[in-house]
Design a binder for this molecule. Structure first.
Ligand code: PMT
Length: 217
């Protein structure tokens, strides 16, 4: 439908919690269900976009009409994004990307020790910051999941990552954040007052985020 606002535009969306492998049967991950990212992919599709959903493993089914790229680790998510970034119009980083990964991945199952076992973690690349540096025509949307100082930390991410928008998500609130069907967020954009979106389904929040982004395109 050529009358839709994102007709023919490429939109990249990330979702889910990355898995950082320790050994053949174990990994580190987080509570992201993928619901927020999948809702954004669906909303972008409904606006006419050609949507690619780069997703860590989730229990969700892929929205119809969306191209699915399954990834596991932050490194795999980064590679999938970089491969598709050049032609994207909007990029939405809703995934909960691990900041650290085990320094070594054991080839065999790690054996039980008699006493404590110490795990060393290595820093992962900050994908959003990297995309910010590579930015050309893309409208880059990041999230900030915080349990304290929401707006201060989110504002820092907006500047540090050269994002066009940060969706600040207080994940300590009831009915918001990880795994809930609803969310409550504040939209930050450079040189604009924060815009608070009332508690609503992730489907509605996703539509509102894209509507705000559309006004800037
Ligand atoms: O999946 P759901 O259960 O629906 O939950 C939704 C959500 C809470 C996961 C989502 O709303 C959300 O807040 N996603 C971002 C989670 C996160 O990793 O936040 P962060 O503040 O740690 O990261 C900031 C931004 O940088 C995010 O856009 C993240 O995708 C990105 N990032 C983070 C780390 C990293 N190494 N590279 C990144 O690009």
């Amino acid at each position: 439908d050529t009358s839709l606002p994102l007709h023919g535009q490429s939109v990249l969306v990330t979702a889910g919690g990355t898995r950082e492998r320790l050994d053949p049967v174990r990994y580190l991950t987080n509570d992201s269900s993928g619901k927020m990212g999948y809702a954004i992919a669906t909303a972008a599709r409904d606006l006419g976009a050609q949507v690619t959903l780069i997703s860590a493993p989730t229990a969700l089914s892929v929205p119809a009409g969306v191209t699915y790229v399954g990834v596991d680790s932050a490194a795999a998510m980064r590679a999938a994004l970089l491969q598709r970034y050049a032609t994207a119009k909007i990029v939405v980083m809703a995934a909960a990307v691990a900041d650290f990964r085990p320094a070594a991945v054991a080839e065999n199952k790690i054996k039980k020790t008699a006493t404590d076992y110490t795990l060393t973690l290595t820093k992962n690349a900050d994908i959003l910051a990297e995309l910010g540096q590579l930015k050309q025509q893309q409208f880059l949307i990041g999230f900030a999941a915080e349990t304290q100082n929401l707006l201060t930390y989110a504002q820092k991410k907006l500047a540090a990552k050269q994002a066009d928008m940060i969706v600040a998500n207080d994940v300590s609130q009831a009915q918001a954040g990880f795994n809930h069907d609803t969310n409550e967020v504040t939209i930050l954009q450079p040189d604009q007052a924060p815009q608070q979106l009332a508690l609503a389904s992730k489907a509605v929040i996703a539509q509102q985020i894209l509507q705000i982004a559309l006004k800037q395109l």
